[in-house]
Design a protein around this ligand. Structure first.
Ligand code: XMP
Length: 315
């Protein structure tokens, strides 16, 4: 990558010369989309509208947090609640690539509607290099269709602008720190959101379980890191497995779901090593999850697989 200032100058010039009219940007609140929004708004000002879609699959408190970031950035933005539409489209879909494609398509349909109202012809996305590398390009195999690349419908009625396409995550974070973007240290969160952390069919009920489990994993790990018991991993979350196992509650048989804890260290997400979380912290996470969600979850396991051979997300 060029020096940060040169990269910014070049990007602003390219965006100014390619986006002549209005554009919308898909903002998830992650570091990639927030950096892309910051750069493009510097280039075209109020001709950019940032759009955050609440697809019903986001983490606890995420929508409010993203809205506060967008407000603070002082750019045009809209928050759209499309959760019903996403859940309806995901009904009966249980295969990982199928879920990614459905979500990618829904996002685009929502963006197309907003773009039409705003009069935009360009869709800006915070796509970075691993997104398109892992989505396959005819030369490489498709590891997963990142929703902002391989999940795009063929008949999309907008031009694409992807100013960060050649950067890796660590480079985007450097840029974010340089630009003073508040999301610079946020852990990565996938475009298809909690849908790829809820194995099998996605329902509002299973998303509620994995949302609470992810919140507990994040909260306990942050507390442990703040107390000096461990380093904060690069990424850490919960996954809800589709199968049930037998357990016991009081003197009664229980039959409940399993939550897997995933935490990894990485530099750019292309490879990763499972994080060495102290057993005491894993134990605290397990007790809190099974206690909070007694009715639905009776088992917690820890994933000790590196990438490769696994990927970071389970789908
Ligand atoms: P995997 O699971 O492929 O993930 O090892 C590598 C990193 O990418 C994130 N990820 C995504 N990010 N859109 C994104 O913007 C996606 O569709 C997507 N899928 C995975 C994942 O959380 C990890 O940080």
């Amino acid at each position: 990558m060029l020096g940060l200032e040169d990269f910014i100058d070049d990007t602003l010039e390219t965006v100014r010369s390619t986006v002549k009219g209005k554009a919308i940007i898909a903002c998830s609140g992650g570091v990639d989309s927030m950096v892309a929004a910051t750069l493009v708004s510097k280039a075209i000002g109020d001709r950019l509208l940032a759009v955050y879609v609440d697809n019903g699959l986001m983490r606890k408190g995420e929508t409010a947090e993203v809205e506060s970031m967008l407000r603070e950035m002082g750019i045009n933005y809209r928050i759209i609640d499309a959760s019903e539409e996403f859940f309806a489209a995901l009904k009966g879909v249980d295969d990982p690539e199928g879920k990614r494609k459905v979500i990618g398509e829904r996002f685009i349909r929502v963006f197309e509607r907003v773009a039409k109202e705003f009069g935009a012809e360009v869709l800006v996305q915070g796509t970075i290099a691993p997104d398109w590398i892992e989505s396959g390009d005819g030369v490489r195999d498709t590891i997963k269709s990142h929703h902002n690349v391989g999940g795009l419908p063929k008949d999309m009625g907008m031009e694409l602008c992807e100013p960060l396409r050649d950067l890796y995550k660590d480079e985007v974070r450097d840029l974010a720190r340089f630009l003073g973007v508040r999301a610079s240290e946020r852990q990565p969160f996938p475009g298809p959101a909690l849908a790829v952390r809820c194995l099998g069919e996605v329902t509002p009920e299973s998303i509620a379980i994995v949302r609470e489990a992810c919140f507990i994993v994040e909260d306990e790990i942050m507390k442990a890191a703040d107390a000096g018991k461990m380093e904060r991993p690069w990424q850490y979350f919960a996954v809800l497995l589709p199968s049930k196992t037998v357990g016991v509650q009081g003197d009664r048989r229980a039959y409940g779901r399993t939550v897997a804890i995933r935490a990894v260290s990485s530099i750019d997400g292309m490879t990763a090593t499972y994080a060495d979380i102290p057993l005491e912290v894993l134990g605290a996470i397990s007790s809190r999850i099974t206690h909070t969600m007694k009715v639905s979850v009776n088992r917690v396991v820890y994933d000790i697989t590196n990438k490769p051979p696994a990927t970071i997300e389970w789908e």
